[in-house]
Write a protein that binds this ligand. Structure first.
Ligand code: HPA
Ligand code: ZN
Length: 346
């Protein structure tokens, strides 16, 4: 690891902005800003059940994950065409590039949209076309991870996987999202086994609101390579030891945790303790349109609240590339760009 020069607190936001990074936990439907939601509704001849953008934003107050998921699901009703999915993803990718995100692994689901009468192809083709254009026009790499919705049945997850298979080449992996409590990873053991046999990379949300036991079973039963959130891991020292030893990355989303009341304030967040424990933690935005900020906002607010330093910034950015589903040569190139920014930052 590079020797990291101390950076005064007032210069940290600039370093965090300039720092190359990967984003590994962002649900594309959660990047749909109220302005774009109203615009898509109008284009599709639909209405949004709020008077205006300000009224919609005022509704974004949540006591837990489920309260968020209910509003989030209502927001997806404006998405009707392939172009809608393209436009939503493109808006996120432009925003991510402005935050110096060099690589992003985007979560999406098809079950929400097939439930509204759309086909999986409309969803995947629209998102994938935006990823292709991002590489060409923004110089950032973007790949797609299909999330199964855990509040739905195993049979419905199998159906979603089946529908995605003709578009297999447009996906890198599968994940598991939605209501965690009461829906342990074990419910999806067989569909993850099938996805694994098909060569998909595997991740799952675990330990956001749910207990450490869900993280254990995501690893042992689903055989995931990364844990999304995972902030409850610190309640279980044996689990922490395993995550450190096996270098299992955790995709932490501080502003999401704050808005969904996983922590009562950012000063209570355990990101600093995770890094001190040697966990491969990363910082991500989860649902930036709903939780008050994109990835750099997550970095700057969390660093200010916890008093984190340039050394932590470097570690988190390095972790983000280490945790990415990219090949070794791309990883080396990203690490070199990261080192260059830290070496030349004054
Ligand atoms: N947790 C679970 N499911 C989700 C989330 C989350 O934070 N965001 C979007 N779907
Ligand atoms: Zn999430």
């Amino acid at each position: 690891m590079l020797p990291i020069k101390p950076v005064p607190a007032e210069r940290l936001p600039e370093l965090l902005r300039r720092m190359p990074k990967a984003e590994l936990h962002m649900h594309i439907e959660g990047s749909l800003e109220p302005e774009q939601m109203f615009a898509l509704a109008q284009r599709n001849g639909l209405s949004v059940p709020y008077a205006d953008v300000a009224a919609l934003r005022r509704a974004y107050v949540f006591n837990n994950l489920q309260e968020f998921l209910d509003i989030y699901h209502a927001g997806t009703l404006v998405l009707r065409t392939e172009q809608d999915f393209y436009d939503m993803a493109w808006a996120y990718l432009v925003r991510a590039a402005a935050d110096n995100v060099l690589h992003t692994e985007i979560f999406f689901d098809t079950q929400t949209h097939t439930g509204h009468g759309l086909s999986a192809e409309v969803v995947i083709n629209g998102l994938h076309r935006a990823c292709v254009d991002a590489q060409a026009q923004l110089g950032i790499s973007a790949v797609l991870i299909l999330c199964f919705l855990r509040h739905l049945s195993e049979a419905e997850a199998f159906e979603a996987l089946e529908q995605a298979l003709p578009l297999r080449d447009k996906l890198v992996g599968v994940g598991l999202a939605s209501s965690e409590l009461g829906h342990p990873p074990e419910k999806f053991a067989r569909v993850f086994a099938k996805a694994r046999a098909l060569g998909f990379r595997l991740v799952a949300h675990a330990g956001e609101e749910g207990p450490p036991a869900y993280i254990w079973s995501a690893l042992d039963v689903l055989k995931v390579e990364r844990i999304d959130h995972g902030v409850q891991a610190l309640r279980d020292p044996a689990l922490v030891a395993r995550l450190v030893h096996e270098r299992i990355p955790l995709t932490v989303c501080p502003l999401s945790n704050l808005k969904l009341r996983v922590f009562s304030s950012l000063t209570e967040h355990n990101l600093g303790r995770m890094l001190e424990a040697g966990l491969v933690a990363t910082v991500n935005s989860d649902d930036p349109a709903y939780f008050g900020g994109y990835i750099n906002e997550n970095f700057t607010q969390t660093f200010a609240a916890l008093g984190l330093t340039a050394r932590h910034a470097y570690q988190l950015a390095r972790n983000s590339f280490a945790a990415s589903f990219i090949d070794a040569s791309a990883r080396r190139a990203y690490h070199d760009r990261l080192d260059e920014v830290f070496e030349t930052f004054e």
